[in-house]
Design a protein around this ligand. Structure first.
Ligand code: AMP
Ligand code: DBH
Length: 541
């Protein structure tokens, strides 16, 4: 068992087992069963390479043995930062079989995030590509190893330089300790609403349940072909139903190296892709590109859009432009996922963010005092269920705020329930900027900016953006010493912050607007920047 991981109380765990949600299956079992059932079928296509279920199964066994030989033990944390390449799967399933826990970093994370994850989880290993998208991850590994003494092993897909090559670790499979399905399988990252991202412990039992239900709702079977466009380490393309849901259903995963229409459309045509998942800004780009590109996209049955609110206007264009069904997906790495169903009326598809995937998901929409609002009114979404965590890893103080006493997760989302039980996302109460699906925690950026000697105080808020939905604006109060926006942004880059977290705009002001009790009114700041932007836009006409 991993310590400091809140779990479900026994009465709930018993119920979820009795009702058949949790079936005692581990990820190791899942792959073994698929490999014995259809070992020769292709599981993963990436560029010119194809791996069958049988091959993936063997690779996972051989790598698990190699990792074990290297000294990696059950429950050890391993930072996995891999892009959409086949090795991602080999690494995950090897760690799952070993009972070691992947911590899923995103390819865009840089030294600030990687050092934090490594330190916080006391990770023993870090698995990276050599280079990807023009960035050398070995340099990042050197920085992390310098700061975090527990990080003994760096394992590289490709040219390892002074580190260990993943390919050299393969060895004869050995008998490994039994893995328990009720144990934590990996740590997923939250988008973060306070400070740095929180770590989300997901068990084999709860996650595989979410894959089974997702695959069922998305009608996946052995003939399904899922194109992974978003970075697969993210919960949405990983599990809703994503790459793991596709493998659960015995289908085929195609990995897209990049997300642009010019990369993805030829892949859809060549591989006869049936389903893919996008965030709203990307869906918009695809819709705009579709009319001027002449690839055969007729195999595509379902286009999922989620991660941030998809506007109704654009949503309406999906069927007419791409000829496929839109599925809205409103989910979170903490658990709860809502889907519109494939046979829902068009109005439900374009106007709602779906309904909970499981009959055991419990939903409450409440006011500031945790009292249920009337049906149809907007309130805070709380949820509890068989695949929603009961607490973050090593975060007792935060958990006391983020969960109710009876175990409901406070999602931080403002929603309204329709008469037919569908959710419409109306906004967000938590302090987070949703940059087209990339979540930026205001406090994390504020803390970095506060470290700059010229900065007296700072408040980071969202500003409306036609393309991404929201972008970040940092309101900064300076000390006597002057500083420019460019200087502050360069400072953040030097601190190793992921590029999407660098504020899009910096506004210098003398004092912050305040709320009734004297807190900084982020609401007023959001309004002021939105107003400024709209008057600039209007001035253009
Ligand atoms: P994360 O913390 O990265 O797991 O992000 C989860 C959050 O993304 C949710 O709590 C919502 O705020 C937002 N989100 C995800 N999907 C949607 C959607 N379809 N519409 C609106 N917001 C969404
Ligand atoms: O944004 C998310 O985190 C998200 C969106 C859709 C998610 O985690 C999911 C589906 O599973």
């Amino acid at each position: 068992m991993l310590s400091r991981c809140p779990s479900w109380p026994n009465e709930y765990a018993d119920r979820y087992r009795k009702e058949g949600c949790w079936q005692g299956e581990t990820f190791g079992d899942m792959l073994r069963t698929r490999a014995s059932k259809h070992g020769d079928r292709i599981a993963i296509t990436s560029g010119e390479s194809c791996w069958s279920y049988g091959e993936l199964d063997t690779k996972a066994d051989r790598l698990a043995a190699g990792l074990s030989k290297l000294g990696i033990k059950p429950m050890d944390r391993v930072i996995v930062q891999l892009p959409n390449i086949s090795e991602f799967f080999e690494v995950c399933f090897a760690l799952f079989r070993l009972g070691a826990l992947p911590v899923f970093a995103l390819p865009l994370h840089r030294s600030s995030e990687i050092t934090y994850f490594s330190e916080f989880t006391e990770a023993v290993a870090y698995i990276i590509p050599d280079t990807y998208s023009g960035f050398d991850y070995r340099e990042l590994a050197r920085q992390a190893q310098n700061k975090v003494p527990t990080l003994r092993n760096v394992i590289v897909v490709g040219d390892p330089q002074e580190f260990t090559a993943l390919g050299d670790l393969h060895t004869e499979p050995t008998i490994l300790p039994e893995v328990n399905a009720s144990d934590v399988a990996f740590l997923q990252l939250s988008g973060g609403s306070t400070g740095l991202p929180k770590l989300i412990p997901r068990t084999h039992d709860d996650y595989i349940y979410s894959l089974r239900v997702s695959a069922d709702i998305c009608k996946l079977d052995e003939s399904s072909v899922y194109l992974a466009v978003l970075p697969v380490a993210h919960n949405y393309p990983l599990s809703s139903p994503g790459v793991l849901g596709t493998l659960y259903a015995g289908g085929r995963v195609v990995l897209a190296p990049r997300s642009s229409p010019d990369d993805a459309f030829p892949l859809i045509a060549r591989e006869r892709v049936t389903i893919t998942g996008l965030v709203p800004p990307l869906a918009l780009i695809w819709l705009e590109a579709a009319s001027s590109r002449h690839y055969d996209l007729s195999s595509l049955q379902v286009l999922q859009v989620g991660g941030a609110k998809f506007s109704e206007e654009v949503a309406r264009r999906v069927r007419s432009t791409l000829g496929c069904t839109l599925q809205q997906v409103f989910g979170m790495a903490e658990g709860l996922v809502n889907y519109t169903r494939l046979d829902d009326p068009e109005e439900t598809l374009v106007n709602t963010q779906g309904r909970p995937m499981s009959p055991y998901d419990e939903i409450r929409v409440v006011d500031e005092d945790d009292q249920e609002v009337e049906q149809g009114q907007t309130g805070h979404l709380l949820t509890r269920g068989p695949y929603t965590i009961r607490g973050y890893y090593k975060a007792e103080e935060h958990n006391a705020k983020a969960f109710t006493l009876d175990g409901f997760y406070r999602t931080g989302d403002l929603v309204r329930l329709t008469a037919s039980g569908y959710l419409v996302v109306e906004g967000r109460a938590k302090d987070q900027i949703n940059r087209g699906g990339d979540k930026v925690a205001a406090e994390e950026i504020e803390n970095h900016l506060l470290a700059h000697p010229a900065v007296h105080d700072v408040a980071v808020v969202s500003m409306p953006d036609e393309f991404l939905g929201e972008r970040t604006c940092a309101f900064v109060i300076l000390h006597e010493r002057p500083a420019t926006a460019g200087e502050l942004k360069a400072f953040l880059r030097e601190r190793g912050l992921a590029a999407y977290k660098i504020p899009d705009r910096v506004e210098f002001i003398d004092s912050f607007p305040q709320t009734g009790v004297g807190k900084v009114s982020k609401k007023a700041l959001r309004e002021s920047i939105a107003q400024k932007l709209s008057s600039v836009a209007n001035a253009g006409f």
